[in-house]
Design a protein around this ligand. Structure first.
Ligand SMILES: Cc1ncc(COP(=O)(O)O)c(C=O)c1O
Length: 390
C-alpha cells in the first residue's frame, strides 16, 4: 500500500460535527463515532500539498471556476465516468444539499411534489421541506438485504399530476446499491413519459466496491435532457469541509432556471482552498482513491465475516458502493429509542435507521471509512451491546 489508511487522527477540538457533538458516553468511550459520512482517513498527500502551497501564497481572495478548475472537473468525469461533460453547463454550488434545494425551487411550485425512494439520505426530505415543497415516497423493496425498486409503484407515483421532480440517489445512501444500467433506464423511461425532471445525486459515484461499475444517469440514451447531475470531491476525497460541488445540466432551460435560483442564493464562487484541492484531487489523487476503495471493501469483508460468526442475528446489506454499511437489527425487537440508547450506552454512535424514513426503523447505518483496528474495537462494542439484551 502506497498510502496511509491505518493511522488514527485526532480530530477533537477542530469543530468536527461528528466528533465534537458526539453524545457524552460516546465522547468518553475512546471510540470515534461511526455517524456522519466523512472519513477517518487523512486526505491524499497530493491534495494536502496543494492546500499548503495555496496557503503559502498568502492571499485568499474571491475565486471562481476558471479554466484550470473546469478542465480538471470535466476531464475527471470523462475519464472515470464516460460522461461527456463538455456538453453540459457546469454550475458550482456550496454543496449537493444546497443544489437539491435550488432544484426544488427552480423546477417546482409550492403545490408540487418531489419523489424520493426511502430509506434514503435524510437531507432529501429536509431539502424538500425547507424549500416549502412536499415529498412523495416510493419505498425500495428489501429483498432479504438486497434492495430493489418497485417499478409499478414508482410509475404510479411519478404519474401523479403534482409530481414534477425526482431525487435519485445513485449510488444509494444508505442501502449501498449501485443501480444497474437497466434499473436506471427503467426509471428514466418512466420519468420521460410522465414529464418528471430528475436530479441525480451522484455524490457517491467514485466510491465503488469490489470493481462494481457506476453509470452516470445522464449518459443513458435520451436522459441528459431531463437531468441535473450532482457531483463533488467532498465524499470521494474527504473534503466536505471545503464546501464545493459541481452540478452539470445540459438542457438550456433547466440550466437557466437552476442558475437563477442558485445565484439568488449567493452561489457561483469556488472557495479558494476548494479550488486548489479539487484540481489536485482530480489530476493527482486517482491512485489514492483506488486504494481507498480497496481498503473500504476489505473493511466490509471484515465486518460481514465478524457479524456472520459472532452476531448472526444481525443482517448486513452488502453494499456495492459508498462506505456505509446498513445493518438490520430488527431481530433484537427494540423500538428505535431503545436501540439508540443501547448503542450509545455501549459507546457506539451510529446513524439511526429511522432517520432515513420509511423502511429505516430497526436499522443502523455504520460508517466504514476508518482504520481496521478502530473497526475491530467498534465491533467488540457492538457485540457487547447486543449480548447484553439477548
Ligand atoms: C446522497 C448524499 N447527498 C448529499 C450529501 C451531502 O452533500 P453536501 O455536503 O455536498 O451538501 C450526502 C452526505 O452524506 C449524501 O450522502
Amino acid at each position: 500500500m502506497k498510502y496511509d489508511f491505518t493511522t488514527h487522527l485526532d480530530r477533537t477540538g477542530t469543530g468536527a460535527i461528528k466528533i465534537d457533538l458526539a453524545p457524552e458516553p460516546v465522547k468518553g468511550s475512546g471510540l470515534v463515532p461511526l455517524t456522519i459520512a466523512d472519513m477517518e482517513f487523512a486526505v491524499a498527500p497530493d491534495i494536502r500539498e496543494a492546500i499548503k502551497t495555496a496557503a503559502d501564497r498568502g492571499i485568499y481572495g474571491y475565486t471562481y471556476a476558471d479554466g484550470e478548475y473546469k478542465s480538471a472537473v470535466r476531464s475527471w468525469m470523462k475519464r472515470r465516468h464516460g460522461f461527456d461533460a463538455d456538453q453540459h453547463k457546469l454550475i458550482v454550488t456550496s454543496g449537493v444539499v444546497p443544489a437539491l434545494r435550488y432544484a426544488a425551487m427552480a423546477f417546482t411550485s409550492p403545490d408540487d411534489k418531489i419523489l424520493i425512494q426511502p430509506p434514503v439520505y435524510m437531507m432529501f426530505k429536509n431539502a424538500i421541506e425547507t424549500s416549502g415543497r412536499q415529498f412523495v415516497e416510493s419505498p425500495l423493496i428489501n429483498n432479504n438485504g438486497r434492495y430493489q425498486i418497485d417499478f409499478d409503484d414508482f410509475e404510479r407515483k411519478a404519474s401523479m399530476q403534482d409530481v414534477k421532480l425526482f431525487f435519485l440517489c445513485s449510488p444509494h445512501n444508505p442501502v449501498g446499491r449501485v443501480w444497474t444500467k437497466d434499473e436506471l433506464m427503467r426509471l428514466g423511461d418512466i420519468c420521460k413519459r410522465t414529464g418528471v425532471v430528475v436530479v441525480a445525486d451522484e455524490i457517491h459515484n467514485d466510491l465503488l466496491l469490489n470493481g462494481v461499475e457506476h453509470t452516470v444517469f445522464a449518459t443513458l440514451p435520451g436522459m441528459d435532457d431531463i437531468t441535473v447531475t450532482c457531483t463533488a470531491v467532498s465524499k470521494t476525497f474527504n473534503l466536505a469541509g471545503l464546501s464545493c460541488s459541481n452540478i452539470f445540466i445540459k438542457n438550456d432551460e433547466l440550466a437557466g432556471r437552476f442558475r437563477r435560483v442558485a445565484e439568488r442564493a449567493g452561489s457561483g464562487l469556488v472557495p479558494y482552498f476548494a479550488r486548489a484541492a479539487t484540481i489536485a484531487a482530480y489530476t493527482k489523487a486517482e491512485g489514492w482513491l483506488d486504494e481507498l476503495n480497496r481498503t473500504v471493501s476489505a473493511n466490509f469483508d471484515y465486518l460481514c465475516s465478524y457479524i456472520e460468526a459472532e452476531l448472526p442475528w444481525i443482517n448486513v446489506t452488502r453494499a456495492e458502493g459508498t462506505y456505509l454499511a446498513w445493518l438490520d437489527m430488527r431481530s433484537l425487537k427494540l423500538d428505535d429509542k431503545a436501540l439508540e440508547d443501547l448503542m450509545i450506552k455501549n459507546g457506539l454512535a451510529l446513524d439511526e435507521g429511522y432517520l432515513f424514513g420509511t423502511g429505516g426503523s430497526g436499522f443502523e447505518r455504520w460508517n466504514l471509512a476508518l482504520p481496521l483496528d478502530i473497526l475491530k474495537l467498534a465491533l467488540a462494542k457492538l457485540k457487547q451491546a447486543v449480548d447484553s439484551v439477548l
